[in-house]
Design a protein around this ligand. Structure first.
Ligand SMILES: Cc1ncc(COP(=O)(O)O)c(C=O)c1O
Length: 384
């Protein structure tokens, strides 16, 4: 047998490595706090569980779910988009349910023809699935450099004009994992005008958009007139529903959505009906992500103050539940990892997201309030 060569080049999913390290240290008897994964430990949106229970109670026969999502779910997502982004999307032709956003991100490349050397582009610091999807489907993948100076967003002006025609999918993730950087409305506008000119799709991964501490971050949904975007949303973070696996694809481009609806029945990723019922409850309520955001704001403050006292340079922090920081005394992410591990705090090195993350480290603060206080105490005890 000849295996996919991408699999031979990899040992482990880059983000699992540090989660596994935390588990190993725990198994060795250390009192470890695992700050590697954006998987909220606080209460899931309660109405979702109520809807789930009711749905299960009423369902005595289990049948295949609708792969694109039942009508009331797509209607709920459409109503949510209108309430929050003033965009009118037809539930029947412009919205599709997904099993969380990860599988949707992964499968997206299947929509296109890559035979003429077209490429997938993504920031050099990114959620690893953009690259692993390209790798597994054997599609050329281009990393666009990002840095603190570029606000951790690709510098669109730095890309030579004649290169743009190679791009077929441009991944943008705002608020950004791992840095929490936010793309402004002007940035998205410019990107969309390039997409229109050079005929590529802006794939906007917005799973953190509803966890924010100031103004609602700009969304690609704010551009209803453009046909060159696909918005990927998820209930995982906004509703603390990571275990439910529910998300959505939205676009004003009905031709694109037609292709998506043609592709997805083959994937076997229809969301179970009872999960769809829980998802309806979550999309129908705009208040709970605001409540969760208020709680994260308090948690961030506790941790941020402790980090600042130790001289860390923290970037961003206006949305999502990630802090991204460096320290003038340390040049590598591995040194920073070691420093925290001495206090039994396991974080994720910046390099797990790409080489441009060298010298940075990411901390997740979707822990309990008590844990955040404990984390702050351990930060105060760091050996610097
Ligand atoms: C940027 C980004 N996109 C997508 C996902 C996938 O989330 P889910 O599949 O739970 O919606 C994550 C998860 O951490 C993420 O950080």
């Amino acid at each position: 047998m000849k295996y996919n060569s991408y699999l031979s080049s990899k040992n482990e999913y880059s983000l699992s490595k540090y989660h596994n390290l935390a588990n190993q240290l725990k198994a060795d008897g250390h009192h470890v706090i695992n700050l590697t994964i954006g998987d909220p430990v606080e209460r899931t949106y309660a109405e979702a569980y109520k809807s789930l229970d009711k749905s299960l109670e009423n369902r005595k026969i289990s049948q295949y779910p609708s792969f694109k999502g039942k009508v009331p779910l797509r209607k709920s997502i459409s109503d949510w988009a209108y309430r929050n982004h003033k965009i009118e999307l037809d539930p029947d032709t412009q919205i599709c349910s997904t099993n969380g956003s990860k599988e949707a991100v992964f499968h997206l490349a299947l929509l296109f023809d890559w035979s003429e050397g077209q490429e997938i582009w993504a920031p050099s610091l990114s959620y690893p699935v953009y690259a692993s999807s390209a790798g597994l489907f054997n599609i050329p993948f281009r990393e666009l450099p990002v840095s603190r100076e570029s606000n951790f967003l690709p510098d669109l002006d730095a890309i030579p004009v004649d290169e743009w025609d190679k791009c077929q999918i441009f991944w943008i993730n705002s608020p950004h994992n791992p840095t929490s950087a936010i793309a402004s409305k002007e940035y998205l506008e410019k990107l969309l005008s390039l997409a229109e000119k050079h005929d590529f799709l802006v794939c906007s991964d917005e799973c953190y958009n509803d966890i924010f501490y100031g103004e609602l971050p700009s969304s690609i949904l704010d551009f209803p007139q453009s046909q060159n975007w696909l918005c990927i949303r998820s209930l995982s973070k906004r509703s603390h529903m990571t275990g439910f696996r529910s998300g959505a694809l939205l676009s004003s481009n009905t031709e694109l959505m037609k292709k998506i609806l043609l592709m997805r029945p083959a994937l076997g990723v229809g969301t179970p009906d009872f999960i769809q019922d829980a998802a309806i409850a979550a999309w129908d309520d705009d208040q709970h992500p605001k409540d969760f955001s208020e709680e994260y704001k308090v948690k961030q403050k506790i941790i941020r103050e402790a980090l600042e006292k130790k001289g860390f340079n923290i970037f961003g922090g206006e949305a999502s539940f990630y802090l991204w920081f460096s320290h003038p005394q340390f040049t590598t992410s591995d040194q920073l990892m070691q420093l925290f591990i001495e206090q039994h705090l396991v974080l994720t090195p910046g390099t797990a997201f790409g080489q441009d993350g060298e010298g940075f480290i990411r901390m997740v603060y979707c822990s309990t309030l008590d844990q955040c206080e404990e984390i702050a105490q351990r930060i105060s005890a760091l050996n610097i």
